[in-house]
Design a protein around this ligand. Sequence first.
Ligand SMILES: *[C@@H]1O[C@H](CO)[C@@H](O)[C@H](O)[C@H]1NC(C)=O
Ligand SMILES: *[C@@H]1O[C@H](CO)[C@@H](O)[C@H](O)[C@H]1NC(C)=O
Ligand SMILES: *[C@@H]1O[C@H](CO)[C@@H](O)[C@H](O)[C@H]1NC(C)=O
Length: 460
Amino acid sequence: MEKVPKRLIIRSTPFFCLLLLCLLYTSIEFRTHVNDQWKKQRTNLGGSCQEDLNFLLKRLVKERNQAQLEVTGVSYHSDVHTEVWVSNRPVRIDTRAMKIYAPSSRYAYNRMISPYPRREDKTAMDYVSPIQILQGNISDPPACRYNHNVPAVVFSSGGFTGNIFHELNEVIIPLFLTTRHFQSRLRFVITDFRPPFFEKFGKVLSRLSSYEVINPAANESVHCFPGAVVGLHYHDNLAVKTTNYIPEGYSMLDFKQFLRESFNLKVVDLSQMEKPVLVLISRPKHRAFLNEDQMVTMMKALGFRVVIAKPDMMMKVEKFAEVLNSCSVLVGAHGAGLTNEIFMPQGAVMVQVVGLNLGWASATYYGDPGREMGLHYLEYKIEPEESSLVSLYGRNHPVIVDPASIEAKGYRIGRAVYLEEQDFNVSIVRFRKTLVKALGLLGRSAPLGVDETEISDDSF
Ligand SMILES: *[C@@H]1O[C@H](CO)[C@@H](O)[C@H](O)[C@H]1NC(C)=O
Ligand SMILES: *[C@@H]1O[C@H](CO)[C@@H](O)[C@H](O)[C@H]1NC(C)=O
Ligand SMILES: *[C@@H]1O[C@H](CO)[C@@H](O)[C@H](O)[C@H]1NC(C)=O
């Protein structure tokens, strides 16, 4: 049994009992106050089931807008990252043109929604197809070809999928936030359908929905649902906030638990492990470790079993999740690979190598989220001498001494320099101190007899 927030259990128990009752009814004419055309939409829901559905959908709507949902049958939320449209009345989705027809007693409306929670990022949204929603007194909706008895949740798997940070940040976590409480009784309609994404996260999707996914491009028809959600809720970078966001009640730990269940990961007790495992994220270009071999030698000398994670290894999310689930220390420079911190057990350590002028990005995207995930977080800040930018530009160039002046030239220029031109030649002596600290956080100490001079011979 999955963990559902206590408050939700208490508030929803009577409704779930009703839900069971509802399952006994089948094919009952749908009864609600919509115009005659819509009364013809047959669903498997009786009146009380519609109440349950209403209750589940209400959770996705801000408290102050819930009354409006009751009265009008629809609600629309938008913020800087996302937009979410909810209907608690029957809708028809014409997947031939991705048009959604929704009855509403109050407002006639025609809006376009791009269901991918990164509205602020135009580049991402270029890969997201908008969906048209026609709402109001619609006299001639297209006839239903398929009647579904669970609500539809419509989202795009376009955007920046293909990059694991974006996959988790913009799809998987928002999906969890938006649909977990339906207890799998919903059907996904996934636009901009990308098979590799589906293969990677199929297990997660099938844990959130017991029904087969609809890919509109492969199923051009008219699908009718008792209710619908278009778009996904979003909180923050790799984050699940417990309060002040919709919906409330889940935590990052709930999400991690959910991921472990999806990928069937056993929680490993780190203290039981003979040799702590260190996973080193090895980037072939852009923020690469130039002296990776020396780093690995030092790590082994400290008593770690070292796993070098190359991109092809990280592509197999499920397998890599298993590796990280028994990993004590994750080491990497700012980059999507660090997203895998999400699979580490509580109390493990994430060590981020922070390049020149990457302090903010490192903390915002991986450091702060890591702490929220129950990890220890250490930063190893690169000195100019360890950055390849010094050999490229010279020690006194504004790139080194005045990054703000480079940033002022525009995001693309700053990005090209600090994210794409920068590699690291890590000081073994200094980095070793960070790893000794990591051992301390794991309740271990550096093995005796490993002398600093012994390993610093051919490093610096
Ligand atoms: C809805 O549309 C029908 C036909 O177009 C019209 O007869 C009816 O008066 C409309 N109802 C409302 C509430 O606008
Ligand atoms: C389209 O979706 C319906 C309802 O889920 C399903 O029964 C049908 O087999 C699908 N058609 C195709 C071509 O996938
Ligand atoms: C890293 O720095 C050390 C010490 O300054 C130097 O000897 C070595 O050649 C550098 N390695 C690379 C790959 O740049």
